[in-house]
Each structure stands twice: as structure tokens, then as C-alpha cells.
Design a protein around this ligand. Sequence first.
Ligand code: HAX
Length: 455
Amino acid sequence: MKKLKENVRLRIETQGREIARILENYSDTEIGKVTVKHLMGGMRGLQAMVCNTSYVDPQKGLFVGGFDVPAFSGKTPEEILYLLCTGVFPKKDALTELRDELAKRHEVPRHVWPLLRNLPKDTHPMTMLSMGILAMDSQSVFKQKYSEGIPKKEHWEYTLEDSLNLIAKLPELAAGIYRIRFFDGELISYAPSLDWAENLVHMLGIETADSSFADFMRLYLVLHCDHEGGNVSAFTARVVNSALSNIYYAASAGLNGLAGPLHGLANQECLRFIQRIHDQLGKSPGKEEIRSYVLKTLDSGNVIPGYGHAVLRATDPRFTAFLKFSGKYCDTTPYLQTVKDLYAVVPGLLKTYKGGKVANPYPNVDAISGTLLHYYGLEHFDYYTVLFGVSRILGFCAQNTIARGLNQPIIRPKSVTNKWLLDFLGKASKDIKHQKTMSIKFPRKKQTRESLKRE
Ligand code: HAX
């Protein structure tokens, strides 16, 4: 992995110089304000951290290394991993080197399988993925080297080493979970001639008539790779790794956040939602019937899965990329038709729902991804977030390798109590009253007695 490592080193050096320059000149410069709403509202919109692997523009969506979704969605997951880590796409020899590295490291340690097999049969596959990864922490090179006392400047090298080991094993681990959880537990062997995504498809062992399954899996694993630093899973992974917990701990923790229905689990929830529509309204409901169903769902106090976003304020370009893919391969299924009908109906309804309270009425990536997984024969909804997780670990690994290279400190924001806040606000409101009095006493413009009275 000489080339990847060299380019990661270059990126860390460049970013290190940028950070030094920023800190030297602007350490105490304010870039925004913190409001009470930020404190009470999940810090939504608060700019409080830096992440350079990717960026989400509220209108244009995800950018990875400066490339928007249409520009990077035709690439392979290996190319995206390289891009996330280095900021550039790999040349042919660097890509071959990375693929060979991943192939060399593909094997899941043996002790992981009995652990997964011994879990209750109804364990959620996300629990299995998180536990499988956590169990591999025994192989952490970072942990070993840290206990030997390596200098701080080498932390990133062993984080990268752990990251490649972890990423390489994900197809075998994720496919194994599928086989254990939903079939007879017999595992399918890794095929050295296949790439990362193809191997995952191969080891799942799903009989599908459609040869575009591997292409779809590549697209799926590319589109879910990263979504800047503040989302629940990436942020959790960053916080955990900032304590110098190794990447296995960090990835496992991040996945536990991804497993929530407001985050990664939404893709299984979306297909469930569509299935319920079909159960109640038949396989080809009209738009009016769908509209009533959506309204009923909203009235019952439930969210419409796959719609809304904390950052995006337009249709997620990842949704659009999947829609385009489906147009080429599988446009005619009833589920996809309902995805399209929901897209025609839901934004209009959410725009006015709760007096326009929904910040983003448009679909996110989850509104379609599960439907496509189902088309390719993945009928176990509970498994969908595992594939999301496999992809998102690319982002976790890149973000944390770079953070270690930049020696970023432990993350530890300060919390306050209600009492502190009430005292502070009481004092602030007195200050405001005081300032008002002062402005009356010393008006800037010449004012008449009448205008002062009005004020
Ligand atoms: N349906 C109904 N109501 C919705 C809604 C939706 N799809 N999206 C937001 N709202 C509601 C919120 O529940 C909130 O209501 P309350 O104040 O009564 O609690 C109000 O609109 C304002 O919320 P917001 O500011 O628009 O959204 P948030 O940033 O708080 O939350 C969520 C963003 C994605 C969690 C939210 O839109 C949601 O729950 N969507 C449905 C679930 C979903 O699709 N999740 C996947 C998101 C993408 C992702 O992370 N994938 O992993």
C-alpha cells in the first residue's frame, strides 16, 4: 500500500500546514454564534467541527473530494476509498495495489464466527456486524503499537493499517452474517478474482436472474460511503477514535448509531412503508390513494421514512442516482412505481405539514435504496442497514486516519445546566435592557423629544 500511504501522508502534511496557518492567524476569530436553539435542538446547523473527506451542500448534496454525486457515482468503492483518504482518484497502478492489499487481508479471524453463531437467532444483523467488528479489535495493530509506545506522529500509519484490515474483511463478514442469520449458516468462500463489491455479491449467494446485481452493489457501496462529519454515525466514530480507541471500537460505535430508525435503519423502514401501502391498497395504488395514506400516516404522528434531512434542502442526488440506475435496469416493478408516486406526492404534503415545520420535504437516499435491494433478491429488510454500514465504514476509516495524522485532540465540548443557562439568560436580558436605556440617553442621530417618546 505504498502509493496509498504516500498520498495519505501528503494530504496530512498539506492539511497540517493549512491548519497551522489558520490557527496562527485566526485562532480567536468568530465564525458564527451559538444560540439556545442549538443547545436544545441537537446542535442542528451549528458549525463546530472540520471534516475534509466530504461535504454536503444543502442544495447540491454530497461532494467527495470536491466531486459531486454524478461525477463520482460511476467509480468503484476502491476508487472512492482512495479518494476519501487522499483527495484524489487513484492512477491505475495505485488502484491495482489497493485491490491487491484488500485481497491479501480479506479473511475474517476465525474466533468471530462462533461468536456470531451463538447469538440468539433473532439478533438484528446490525448487532452482529457491530459485534463482529468489535471482536476483531484483538487484531488491532494500532493498539499493539500504542502499548509499545510509538510516537504520536505514527498514529495515523497504524490507523490506516487497521482500516485496511477492517475494510478488506467486510465483504466476508457481512456476507457471513447474511448466511448465518437468514440461511443455514454455511459460508461461501472468497473468490480472489473478484473485486470488493463483486465478492460481497458472490458470498451472499443470492440466486438472482439479473446480472446487473454487482453493478448495483458497486453503486450502493459508493453512494453511502460518507456524508461529512456531523451525522450520528460518523460523529460517533470520530468521538470514539478521538480518545485513541482503535478503528474497530470506533467503527462498531458508529454502526450502533447508524442502526437507528432516524438514520441508517430508514432504508429498511422505507420499504416496509411501501409494503404496507401495497398490503392495504393493492399492488398498483393510484396517486390519490397514496396521498390519503401519507396524510393518515402523518396524522397518526409518524414520520414518512426516506423524506427529510438534517442538512439537505433539496432532493438527495444519491436518490436521483439510484432512480437513474433503476430506469436502466428495473423500472417496471410495482415497488419502484410506488417510490416514484411517493416522490410525486410527499414533498407537496410535507411542505405544508405542521405549518411548514419540516425543513426538507424531499427524499433522501433511503427512499429508494431498499426497493432496489429487494429487486435484486435481498428480501430480508433487516439486512439492508448492514450494507449501508459496510459502505459507511470507508468514510469512518478515512476521517479517522486523517484525524490521527493531524493529531486532532480528544473531542470534548462543554455542556451547561438549565440553571447555568437561566442565570446567563437573566444576566443577558438585563444587559439588553441596560443597552436600550443607554441608546436612549445617547442617541446617534439627532432626535426630537417626540421621536424619543415613540422609542
Ligand atoms: N415525516 C414527517 N415529519 C417529519 C419528517 C418526515 N419525513 N421529517 C421531519 N419531520 C418533522 C420532524 O419530526 C419535526 O417534528 P417535531 O418538531 O414535531 O419533532 C419537524 O418536522 C422538524 O424536523 P426537521 O428539522 O425537518 O428534521 P430534523 O433535522 O430534526 O430530522 C430527520 C431529520 C432525517 C431525522 C427527519 O427528517 C426524519 O425523521 N425523516 C424520516 C426518517 C428518515 O428518512 N431518516 C433518514 C435520513 C437520512 C439518513 O441519515 N440516512 O441514514
